[in-house]
Design a protein. Structure first.
Length: 293
């Protein structure tokens, strides 16, 4: 009886086994097809959801994108010099928050340095309709300018866009230079540039005005310093670095005489303050030739 049962069990087990590699390949292809179909179905569902969201979210008022006041594009003229008066900024009607801020007292800050950034840091959102006027689009961390001269710090590490800083306050930025002030009508005259490269002046009205333009470098009566490099801005640091690198390259030429090489590798730092000392000490390559006056 046992002998008769064993062949039949062996036959059944043989029939239940898969048909080798072909069967496995079909199985893999089937599951791959299921995965592809499910992916296509998921993409279709997500796409349909996005279309439904857009259909119920966006209305006819979004056809012309962000609403802009006509006065922002074509300001009225007035004031003592009959200049365009920027009473409305381009993004004053961008959303409800900006519309509310447009009714707040107008605070105009002239400058983009430490003083201006310090004032912006103390303000709270919604206190004022803030406008910053500066000739540069960024603020500079001036204590590290000597490091930028000798290359230990990259220039891009020392700057921060002003628009990024005032975004917290939903403020506005005007690139230009303040040239005049009408205190009677509370107009700040700003010199701006047109796309053609010509100057164009406008009036920016204010309720409160903060003048934080900083100061200029003083020569303290030392003759000839007006012809030297100053170290106050990013442009100054870049110009000084280019001159130092050019001097090094010219001094390394075999055609340069010893006297000329000594002249090219001699640097004079006028001023014994933090900027002067750091400029002379940061680079070992120039400190051995530096004289502090």
């Amino acid at each position: 009886m046992l002998r008769r049962t064993l062949p039949s069990l062996r036959l059944l087990s043989t029939q239940a086994q898969p048909h080798g590699p072909f069967h496995r390949a079909r199985k893999i292809a089937r599951y791959t097809g299921y995965l592809a179909l499910s992916s296509v179905f998921g993409v279709c569902v997500i796409g349909a959801g996005i279309f439904v969201h857009d259909a119920f979210t966006y209305t006819e008022k979004h056809v012309d994108r962000v609403p802009v006041s006509p006065l922002a594009l074509h300001p009225e003229r007035g004031g003592p010099k009959n200049l365009p008066i920027v009473r409305v900024q381009v993004d004053d009607e961008q959303d409800e928050e900006n519309v509310k801020l447009a009714e707040k007292p107008k605070l105009v800050i002239v400058g983009g340095g430490w003083g201006a950034m310090g004032v912006l840091k103390t303000l709270h959102v919604g206190d004022y309709h803030v406008t910053v006027v500066s000739s540069e689009t960024f603020t500079t961390f001036t204590p590290l300018l000597p490091s930028a001269v000798v290359g230990t710090v990259q220039v891009r590490s020392l700057i921060e866009p002003i628009r990024k800083i005032i975004a917290r306050l939903r403020g506005h930025f005007v690139q230009g230079k303040a040239v005049d002030l009408d205190m009677k009508q509370r107009f700040l005259e700003v010199e701006t540039m047109t796309p053609d490269g010509e100057t164009a002046n406008v009036y920016i009205p204010y309720d409160k005005l903060v003048i934080a333009v900083g100061s200029t470098s003083s020569t303290h009566g030392v003759p000839g310093l007006e012809n030297c490099f100053q170290l106050k801005t990013i442009a100054d640091a870049q110009a000084m670095r280019r001159r130092i690198m050019d001097n090094f390259e010219m001094a390394s030429l075999p055609t340069t005489t010893p006297e000329e090489r000594k002249r090219l590798l001699s640097f004079v730092v006028c001023g014994g303050g933090p900027t002067g000392i750091e400029t002379a000490a940061y680079s070992e390559a120039i400190s051995q030739y530096a004289e502090v006056g």
